[in-house]
Write a protein of this length. Sequence first.
Length: 271
Amino acid sequence: MTARRIVVPLLAVLALGGVAAVVRAAQSEGRPNRWAQYEREMQDPVDDPPDARVEGEFAVGRLRFRSPMDRFRGRRWGTDANKGDRIFSAMLRRLTRMDVRSIEQIVDVDSDDMYNWPWLFAVAVGDWELNDSEVAHLRKYFDRGGFMMVDDFHNEREWRDFANGIMRIVPNSHFVELQTDDSIFHTAYDINELYQVSGLNILYGMPYERGGIVPHWRGVVDEKGRIQVAIDFNMDVGDSWEWADYPPYPEKLSSLGMRMGVNYVIYAMTH
C-alpha cells in the first residue's frame, strides 16, 4: 500500500528551533510531570508541556526494558529520553495530519499495555536483557501488527546481542539490508540518499560510536515482506532529534533523522 503524501516539504531548518523552544520552555502547570517516576532513569528529562494530559490518536511509544549495563551507564532504555521523544512528537504534529500526543508513552516490555501502542521506539537494544515472559509479550506484539524502530547501538557485539533477542522473539525472522528504493523510504518523504546519522560526538570529529564505523539501515521482515522492525545500526538517530535545537549539531543530520522517523511512522500506520 502506498501512503498518501500527508506532510508538507521539510525545508532546511523547518521549525526545528521553534518546536524545540516550545519543548524547552513548557511548564507542567504545578502538577508533577506525567512520567516523573521514571525521570531518574532518563538521560535528558524535560518538563511536560501544558497539554501533556490531552490524549491523541497516536503517541510515540518508548520501550522500557532491563539491561545488565544499567548499573554502569544509567538505565539504557532511557538514552536520549525524554527530550528527543518530545521534539520528535512535536515534529510529527507539525508535519503530518496525525493527531499526535505531545508527549511519549512509556511502555514496559512486560506489560499488556504494549498492545495499545502500534509504534515503539527502542534505544540501546544491543544491551537489552529479555526474560521468557518479555519475549512472549513482544512476539504477540508483532503478531498483532506492531512496529518497532531500534536505534543507537553499535559494533558487532551489540548487534549479536540484539539479533539474538530478535531471534527469540520472532524465531523465523530474517534480516534484510534496506535500500533507498524500498517503500519505507518513500512514504512521506522521498529519501534517495542515506548517510550516517551521528550522535553528538560528531562535534568532536568522531562520526561513529563504540567501534561501529559503518552505518546500516536494516529491517526485520515477516513472511509477507512487511517490515516489523526498522533498524538503525551504527547510528544515533535519537541524538538527531534530541539536539535538533542545538546550533552546533549539524542540521543535515537532524533533517535526515526527522525524515526517517516520519517515514517509519507513516509506513507502520499504512502497511
